[in-house]
Design a protein around this ligand. Structure first.
Ligand code: AMP
Ligand code: ZN
Length: 472
């Protein structure tokens, strides 16, 4: 299996540190708000990677943190504390916000068939761990105290910039208007390990430390949580491309300074989901969440299918039109799968299976090419294999891609039977008008028409198999 390693900027053969075992770490969400579907694109692609490693026979242990303290709005050491901002917005405590949005995140994951990691660890549970590692960095001379905070000294490293070719001067650009540069730092790239002298006087969560009452920086959290559960050698570290710098760069700096040897072998970065007007955001434009897609009648697994149609190392543009196209393609694929359901549980042709599964494994072995993996399902379905073999292949491929093909096909078969009921012409007409309104993105009108249909005793639903009309 080959994957692209952002640290070497090359596709490399995947060879784990310990034969047959894979340690995998994922930067979890900052739980101050719902995840947007861009965040979830990253988790979908990481889920495919994890499931494919398991499919290939590896014993995988995957760890994810929950960032419930220390993440500032700038990703560096400036800006507001994201959790505090969320708590103020909702007049709740930071811990209430963290609990609510952690649960919401895993609900979204469930709807998108994203497997729960083996270990999920909130940063606030690991304070002793952070203090231990920071103390060791101070002892080894990699960290210093200034103005009450503890900083990592990047000048102590031979190579700090791993993923890009930044220089000290480039960082000047990073200091935005209205944000004061931190004069405590010896070097511009230095970053906070522990905040004691906080500009957030009302910071709710603070802990005793050898350096006074304070709280950890965001970067140290991931290094420590990974080492706590996965040891000194990490095989794969995942995250969105925006995390390369400064977050992952700082994680490498701290972890390797602490351990005294190389830490993580492969860096797997997912490129962004953008809107047609640019970067996806929680604060401007339409806040695109899984719940919003559901409200608009889209199946979350259609969104997963949409993500898989593109390579994870390419930016992906989200528009409703693109999603509608994916929904159409998904529906067609499901109807093809519906034709092979009679192959379930029957004896299949092993030789044919081995021949056809190669289309799928070659695709994912080649840097997780999910679009090609989807094509391999079409190839299976139009091959000369019998239905038992086609069924087994579809089932196995979908155990990795997790787009719910068999379940959707079974449901389609049932709803086809129940769709025999006579639908009055005026209901059909309203359904058509609603479809036109949705096409024109007039969702308010579409909702209005749907309400009218309901009033008349009928229910119209968007399912993976298309629009279904039934008696209320
Ligand atoms: P956060 O909750 O902000 O810590 O982000 C959670 C994950 O989503 C991180 O791995 C980010 O790198 C990733 N991410 C943020 N924005 C996007 C986006 N527009 N598309 C894909 N991934 C993203
Ligand atoms: Zn992280």
């Amino acid at each position: 299996m080959y994957i692209y390693n952002s640290a070497s900027r090359k596709k490399e053969e995947f060879i784990p540190h310990t034969e047959g075992k894979v340690s995998m770490y994922t930067c979890g969400p900052t739980v101050y708000h719902y995840a947007h579907i861009g965040n979830l694109r990253s988790y979908i692609m990481e889920d495919v990677l994890e499931k494919y490693l398991r499919f290939s026979g590896y014993d995988v242990k995957r760890v994810m943190n929950i960032t419930d303290v220390g993440h500032l709005t700038s990703d560096g050491d400036t800006g507001d504390d994201k959790m505090l901002k969320g708590a103020r917005r909702e007049h709740k405590t930071v811990m209430e916000i963290a609990k609510f949005y952690t649960d919401a995140f895993f609900e979204d994951c469930k709807a998108l068939n994203i497997k729960m990691p083996d270990v999920v660890e909130p940063a606030t549970h690991c304070i002793d761990e952070f203090i231990r590692v920071i103390s060791s960095l101070l002892e080894k001379g990699y960290a210093y105290e200034a103005g009450g905070n503890i900083y990592f000294d990047t000048s102590k490293l031979d190579k700090y910039y791993i993923f890009n070719d930044f220089s000290e001067e480039d960082l000047e650009v990073g200091v935005r208007d209205g944000v004061e540069a931190d004069t405590n730092k010896k070097n511009k790239a230095d970053f906070v390990l522990w905040f004691t002298k906080s500009k957030f006087d009302d910071q709710e969560l603070k802990w005793e430390s050898p350096w006074g009452l304070g709280y950890p920086g965001w970067h140290i959290e991931c290094s420590c949580i990974s080492m706590k559960h996965l040891g000194e050698y990490l095989d794969i570290h995942c995250g969105g491309i925006d995390n390369q710098f400064p977050h992952h760069t700082n994680e490498i700096a701290q972890s390797e300074a602490f351990l005294g040897h190389p830490w993580c072998r492969y860096w797997f970065h997912i490129h962004h989901l953008n809107t047609d007007s640019g970067k996806m955001s929680k604060s401007s434009g339409e806040f695109l969440t899984v719940s919003l897609l559901k409200e608009k009648g889209y199946d979350p697994l259609v969104y997963r299918f949409f993500c898989l149609q593109s390579h994870y190392r390419k930016n992906l543009v989200f528009t409703y039109e693109n999603l509608d196209n994916a929904a159409g393609a998904y529906q067609k694929l499901v109807s093809k799968v519906a034709q092979i359901l009679d192959g379930k549980g029957r004896e299949y042709d092993k030789a044919k299976y081995d021949e056809l599964i190669k289309g799928f494994t070659n695709a994912l072995d080649s840097d997780i090419n999910t679009a090609q993996a989807i094509t391999s399902i079409y190839d299976v379905l139009k091959s000369d294999a019998d239905n038992a073999t086609k069924y087994k292949l579809t089932e196995d491929i979908d155990s990795v891609l997790s787009i719910g093909l068999i379940q959707a096909a079974e449901k389609a078969a049932v709803s086809k039977e129940s769709a025999q009921a006579d639908i009055p012409d005026e209901i059909n007409e309203l359904v058509k008008q609603r479809a036109d309104a949705r096409k024109a993105k007039d969702f308010a009108k579409a909702d209005e028409i749907r309400a009218k249909i309901t009033e008349m005793g009928w229910i119209v639903e968007e399912t993976r198999q298309g629009t279904v009309i039934r008696k209320a």
